[in-house]
Design a protein around this ligand. Structure first.
Ligand code: NAD
Length: 358
């Protein structure tokens, strides 16, 4: 039997509740597909501050590095909101991304057929559905470039610098092309090459890498047009690859198309298989401890883990299909609609686990 090692950071707020459900589903699927998970539970975020004084203890980093994959719930909460920025739970998020070299952020934006009515986009625009994967560069660009304050003719001024080198662009391009190969083989590279020099290098490099992927249909789009196309005709996209800042904005826009924050998974990869998987939402302190959080984003995150880290495609599909199936009858309060059974966090986990092994 295969053994897979996962570092688990449940975090704060609803983190522990939703992670427990994802583990429940993983274990059931493991039994069916004949593999076993070893979990190494560690602290990150507010719970780590309370226990150790640091949002990201070194032993948590070490445990993540010694595992094949990391599952994260969410961090943060009112209790720690008055701490200085670098001591807050959220500092752990940037810290762990840096420490693990997670340079590729994958954010699927998908409409689940049973939840179609929750999308703010009109039915005729959604058509048969929508399934976009945004690949965002996560450790370079303007968020990490040179910045500062200076005087401009005696007037206080500030600057930030967008810079990418060819190697950084090449490695994110390869993640995106590989992703496109596993999907519909269509890739849109988003830049601002009509204005920015860094975007011109981005475009040249993407074109160079595309020579290794002749089966992938590549097109280029300016970021302002892409922002518009995402709401005008979102089903034209399969995989989108873009820089850190453009990806930050576009992935949030795309996530709204699905209509519910409790449904969206994400992965951040370092290289071809190691990754950190987490829901896109936060720790939702307003509903923590009430057993009403939607665990599906976290459950879908572990489906991504099975697909991208462990190459267990069949098991990943079993979970994704089970989520689709569960939504036909049951809803947590955030996505509840009359005519459906209202279920708690753990009842939703039970149902998906059951359906995934059917
Ligand atoms: P949030 O995503 O936690 O919550 C926004 C709203 O969505 C809330 O009303 C919440 O109840 C609801 N919601 C979120 N997830 C849900 C789920 N699974 N099921 C049902 N409802 C859900 O964002 P926020 O309120 O801005 O932030 C709360 C805390 O989370 C802050 O401390 C913030 O810094 C932190 N945060 C952490 C992460 C992370 O760990 N990756 C990401 C974003 C925010």
């Amino acid at each position: 039997m295969k053994n897979y090692n996962i570092a688990v950071l449940k975090g704060d707020g609803i983190g522990p509740e939703i992670v427990d459900e994802a583990i429940k589903v993983l274990d059931r699927v493991g039994e069916k597909f004949d593999f076993k998970f070893n979990y190494d539970f560690r602290l990150m975020g507010g719970c780590a501050i309370d226990a150790t004084g640091s949002p990201l203890p070194q032993e948590t980093i070490d445990a993540c590095k010694n595992s094949e994959s990391v599952l994260l719930g969410a961090v943060g909460g009112w209790k720690w909101d008055t701490l200085p920025g670098n001591q807050r739970p959220e500092a752990g998020l940037l810290g762990i991304r840096n420490a693990l070299g997670l340079y590729a952020n994958l954010r699927p934006a998908k409409i689940f057929e049973p939840l179609k009515e929750a999308s703010p986009i009109k039915d005729e625009i959604i058509g048969d559905g929508l399934d976009i994967m945004i690949v965002r560069e996560l450790t370079g660009g303007i968020y990490f470039g040179q910045r500062g304050r200076k005087e401009d003719n005696g007037i206080p001024a500030a600057y930030d610098t967008e810079m990418y080198n060819v190697k950084e662009i090449e490695r994110i391009a390869r993640v995106a092309f590989d992703m496109a190969m596993k999907r519909q083989k269509r890739l849109t590279s988003v830049d601002k090459a009509n204005v920015l020099e860094s975007s011109r290098l981005w475009r040249e490099t993407i074109i160079n890498v595309s020579k290794d992927y002749p089966e992938v249909e590549l097109n280029h789009m300016y970021v302002d047009n892409c922002a518009m196309q995402l709401v005008r005709n979102p089903s034209q996209f399969d995989v989108i690859v873009t820089s850190n800042i453009f990806g930050d904005i576009l992935s949030d826009e795309a996530s709204m198309i699905s209509g519910s924050i409790g449904m969206l998974a994400s992965a951040s990869l370092a290289g071809s298989t190691f990754g950190l998987y987490e829901p896109i939402h936060g720790s939702a302190p307003d509903i923590a401890g009430q057993s009403i959080a939607n665990p599906l984003a976290t459950i879908l995150s572990v489906a991504m883990m099975l697909r991208y880290t462990f190459a267990e495609k069949e098991a990943a599909e079993a979970i994704e299909n089970a989520v689709d199936e569960a939504l036909k009858t049951a809803r947590t309060p955030d996505i509840y609609k009359e005519g459906f059974k209202k279920v708690s966090t753990s009842e939703m986990g039970d149902l998906v686990a059951e359906l995934a092994v059917k």
